[in-house]
Design a protein. Structure first.
Length: 284
């Protein structure tokens, strides 16, 4: 891609079927989408049908949010199950013609995220992503590993997650296979008022391996998935950072709008499109 494009993740019309949602987003004016693949919502064989629909509507799906691999779980059965699901999502994304599949790093469950488990978790991620890259190669897609927030819904005092610090993701990409792997920056997973670094600093740190984004706002303390300018993220510096590192991927909104009544949600999504277009153009 030669420039940054406005895009949105599906899941903003949870009441609708995937096909209806894609049609509705295209009707509003969106031309790039990230499809959130989850086992159960899409059949294994449905990729070609969705691909044809998108081609007919003139919409590009360059990113797919895949199934999170879970390679650092303690139970070998769980590890295998989640890695296999992640492989299914890579193959599905390949059939759809996507370029990047966004996957989260894996961690232990709450209470098991001890400092001595951390090194083993790191190694399990490395091994697991190497295995997934072989599937990605045969599916002709890349893997974009996403930064995690410092706290998850089940976090306990003192736990340390792998994949929250930019340096950990850069380490993973460089060691697993930088030819087919990059980073997806979720700006909402950085709690700038707690973590000691902000979104701009993370963008500068990632630099070239930055291949995908998840864009939404927060108040600096927790994950919120608000539209930009509804929280406290310094958006002008985010845009400045993306330009400085020469980022050319999708500026992909990942927002939670499902509480907005369906009858007026299209208007909010029309506003969101105009907002992202103007942010990319540097007008605001
Ligand atoms: Zn995300």
């Amino acid at each position: 891609m030669d420039e940054i494009r406005p895009s949105i993740s599906t899941g903003v019309f949870q009441e609708l079927s995937p096909e209806e949602e894609i049609r509705r987003l295209v009707g509003i004016g969106w031309r790039y989408l990230e499809i959130n693949f989850s086992i159960g919502r899409f059949g294994r064989c449905e990729a070609y049908r969705i691909k044809r629909l998108c081609e007919d509507l003139g919409v590009s799906v360059l990113q797919v949010h895949g199934c999170n691999p879970g390679m650092a779980r303690e139970s070998p059965e769980e590890r295998r199950k989640f890695v296999d699901q992640a492989k299914t999502s890579l193959l599905w994304a390949g059939e759809l013609g996507a370029e990047w599949v966004v996957l989260h790093p894996s961690n232990r469950k709450a209470g098991r995220r001890t400092p001595d488990a951390f090194e083993e978790v790191k190694e399990r991620n490395l091994e697991g992503f190497r295995e997934l890259l072989e599937t990605a190669h045969s599916a002709n897609v890349g893997i974009a590993v996403e930064n995690l927030p410092p706290l998850l819904h089940d976090s306990m005092e003192g736990e340390r997650l792998f994949g929250t610090e930019p340096s950990e993701l850069v380490w993973l990409v460089e060691n697993a296979g930088p030819e087919r792997m990059g980073v997806c920056l979720d700006v909402n997973h950085i709690f700038a008022k707690c973590q000691g670094f902000n979104q701009y600093q993370a963008i500068r740190w990632f630099g070239r391996p930055l291949v995908a984004t998840h864009i939404s706002d927060n108040d600096g303390f927790r994950e919120q998935h608000l539209l930009p300018f509804m929280g406290d993220i310094a958006w002008r510096t985010v845009m400045k950072g993306l330009r400085e590192v020469g980022y050319k991927g999708l500026f992909n909104l990942e927002v939670d709008l499902n509480k907005t009544p369906l009858s007026v949600r299209d208007d909010l999504l029309r506003y969101a499109l105009r907002l992202t277009e103007e942010m990319i153009q540097g007008d605001i």
